[in-house]
Design a protein around this ligand. Structure first.
Ligand code: PMP
Length: 405
């Protein structure tokens, strides 16, 4: 649990420094006039005109702020932009009861959330495969499995306080939770009083044919009619850059205060400079430009998915089975055995396929206690078309080798 420390006390007083007319002798902030950076210029693609490159600059007060310590929850220009984003994509209007905190990637915030809300020994519900227990299928998280777990929960054990779920293009399965499943999970959250940690880094990488499903963050207001049950995690890693390390959490203010307390006692804040770069880019694009950009990104991954699936059909028909992912960057497929028995992908993937020159991840990495499984995770985000054909041809040979044994 987060503890009050001197740094969190000082950081808690930071907002008072903005009081008009106040002379602050509070913080040990370095004087940015001593820093060597005088202007930061970069070029970025225009999302609406492929022939145009935008010349962008962070300088003046924005640069000064970017070089300085900033609010624990994130810089004002970025947070303001993110509120507009959450309204546009999740229908949640800025107001009482909820807010946003920026983290160094969403992983940073997820880690802090778990640290803040879960004590050692507390039961937690997480999907399987991912970490443990609640099954998933082609429609995402199995709400019947979740209901059965909750209704059969041993009376003497404390009930789970938290469900962690990846609703779009789940890593590793690539599956997306349908609207019906989402509603059932929310009903269960209300009935059994648990918090949903909605980890949604693939939200903007949805390239399926159905209209985009509303998020849990949206549905708790529009379907459940009450808020406060969902803590949503977004990430810029897949759409702006993974190295910029920007993610953000949106949810009930007391929960974000607890996360901020962790930040104030660990890394103090996410980089002000990368937040300044992101805010400059996003304000130059505007929300329509952002939408145009994510349309291009998701179309890119849809094409990658199609190329990979064409290769899978060519090389792995009869040797593996899979559901087609509708978001994200993974195929999760099951290696079939010659006699129909339940297989194990570990040796085939780690040894036979590797020796033939193809590297993928055996599904056991995602199962509780390293349970054996015939599943394999293959990422298609980087591989050029010609390499997909070669890689899947090699995988075919590796599976056929295993069948000979
Ligand atoms: N959650 C999931 C499901 C992910 O796949 C990843 C990244 N692979 C993350 C969180 C972490 O993302 P970030 O770069 O924003 O920390």
């Amino acid at each position: 649990m987060a503890q009050q420390t001197l740094s969190s006390v000082i950081r808690g007083l930071f907002p008072l420094e903005k009081t008009p007319g106040l002379i602050s002798l509070l913080a040990g902030k370095p004087n940015p006039s001593t820093f060597p950076f005088t202007s930061l210029s970069f070029k970025a693609r225009s999302p609406t005109n492929p022939d145009e490159e935008l010349d962008l600059t962070v300088d003046g007060d924005e640069l000064k702020a970017g070089l300085q310590y900033s609010d624990t929850a994130g810089t004002k220009p970025l947070i303001d932009w993110l509120f507009g984003l959450q309204e546009r994509y999740h229908g949640r209007v800025r107001g009482e009861g909820w807010r946003i905190s920026v983290g160094s990637g969403s992983q940073d915030l997820i880690y802090k959330a778990v640290e803040a809300f879960v004590n050692p020994g507390d039961p937690v519900l997480v999907e399987s495969p991912v970490y443990a227990w609640v099954e998933t299928d082609a429609h995402g998280i199995c709400s019947t499995s979740l209901r059965s777990i909750l209704e059969n929960w041993p009376a003497e054990k404390p009930k789970p306080k938290v469900l962690y779920t990846v609703p779009y293009g789940c890593n590793p399965t690539g599956m997306t939770a349908t609207l019906e499943r989402r509603k059932e999970v929310l009903q269960l959250a209300k009935e059994h009083n648990f918090l949903i940690l909605e980890d949604d880094p693939y939200f903007y990488l949805y390239y399926g044919t159905a209209p985009r499903y509303p998020s849990y963050f949206n549905l708790e207001e529009t379907y459940l009619g009450e808020t406060g049950r969902v803590l949503r995690f977004d990430s810029f890693s897949k759409i702006l850059s993974a190295g910029i390390r920007i993610g953000f959490a949106s949810g009930p203010t007391p929960l974000l205060n607890a996360i901020d307390m962790h930040t104030a006692t660990s890394n103090l804040q996410s980089s002000s400079l990368t937040q300044a770069i992101a805010a400059t880019l996003l304000n130059a694009w505007g929300y329509d430009g952002f939408q145009a950009h994510i349309d291009q990104v998701s179309a890119f991954y849809r094409e990658k998915r199609d190329i990979f699936e064409k290769g899978m059909k060519k090389h792995l028909a009869g040797l593996a089975e899979w559901d087609t992912p509708e978001a994200g960057m993974f195929f999760w497929f099951k290696l079939l055995t010659k006699d129909g028995s339940e297989g194990d992908s570990k040796a085939i993937i780690e040894t036979t396929a590797f020796n033939r020159g193809v590297l993928a991840l055996p599904g056991t990495a995602f199962l509780p206690n390293g349970r054996k499984t015939a599943y394999v995770r293959a990422s298609f985000s980087l591989t050029p078309e010609e390499d997909v054909d070669v890689a899947l041809g090699r995988l075919r040979e590796a599976i056929l080798d295993a069948h000979k044994e």
